[in-house]
Write a protein that binds this ligand. Structure first.
Ligand SMILES: Nc1ncnc2c1ncn2[C@@H]1O[C@H](COP(=O)(O)OP(=O)(O)OP(=O)(O)O)[C@@H](O)[C@H]1O
Ligand SMILES: [Mg+2]
Length: 241
């Protein structure tokens, strides 16, 4: 098929204003949304495929998985890929998943925890201490994304299949704590390392940036051998995007 020739005139035509008018802050959020959503799902799918492959070619017969176990792993991989596709479609349609508007914070976070358990086989102990104040939609998205990335990090890096989450209120806002009792790491050293092919190292910095955008606070405590503990505070009603 022949395409019409593009004639370049002196000045480029302005792009539709709705696309051009994305602020740097919104762009930053879109990049983080793609990182924390579909990219993490793809990582999880990849590590399941790697693990399965290792078991299938194992020299020791006892390590080889049964057909049922293979089928179960493939179901999880399929679900992760479907999830990634779903989120990408969502970004193309609108930049925020529609159910965020409809569901309250606790149900959105509970849904994420259940999904994480189903997709990774991890166990997440979720504690909610009521009352949890209302938060603005951008703040809800921030908490959702931070929990998503924190759980994904624990699954990928902590070497443990158990994570803990506590949601409660403090100082007219909401606190989200996520921790694990895994291998831990040297926070200062890791935050100054350059990205590699398999690790973009956007996650932790992104968490902090998201929290700053809505006027909250973020702390991470970790030490090799002593697990990792993330604490986020976000304002109740006054969150701004
Ligand atoms: N819960 C955890 N347990 C152990 N190590 C962790 C944990 N969370 C983060 N880390 C360490 O901190 C590093 C940086 O995490 P970060 O989320 O910023 O990047 P990443 O997960 O490597 O890549 P990505 O950009 O895909 O998130 C990780 O590579 C890992 O070494
Ligand atoms: Mg990460």
């Amino acid at each position: 098929m022949k395409f019409p020739k593009v004639i370049r005139r002196g000045r480029t035509r302005p792009a539709p204003s709705t696309l051009l008018e994305l602020t740097e802050r919104e762009l930053c959020r879109i990049v983080l949304d793609i990182h924390d959503g579909p990219v993490q799902d793809m990582y999880a799918a990849l590590s399941q495929v790697d693990a399965l492959q290792k078991k299938l070619v194992s020299a020791d017969d006892r390590d080889r998985p049964s057909p049922e176990a293979v089928a179960q792993s493939l179901t999880q991989v399929g679900a992760l890929i479907r999830n990634a596709l779903w989120s990408i479609r969502n970004f193309i349609g609108a930049f925020a998943p529609p159910e965020f508007q409809k569901r309250d914070l606790v149900s959105v976070l509970e849904g994420l925890v259940i999904q994480h358990e189903e997709l990774t086989g991890c166990r997440v102990e979720l504690a909610v201490t009521p009352p949890i104040p209302d938060v603005a939609p951008p703040v809800k998205i921030v908490l959702y994304r931070i929990l998503q990335e924190a759980l994904s990090n624990a699954y990928r890096h902590a070497g443990t299949d158990r994570q803990y989450v506590h949601l409660y209120s403090r100082d007219d806002g909401v606190v989200l704590e996520v921790w694990d009792e895994g291998v831990g790491f040297d926070v200062e050293r890791v935050l100054t390392q350059a990205p590699t092919d398999r690790r973009m190292r956007i996650g932790l910095r992104g968490m902090r940036e998201r929290v700053v955008l809505v006027g909250g606070t973020f702390t991470i405590e970790s030490r090799p051998g002593q697990g990792t503990h993330i604490t986020v505070w976000v304002p109740g009603h006054a969150g701004h995007s």
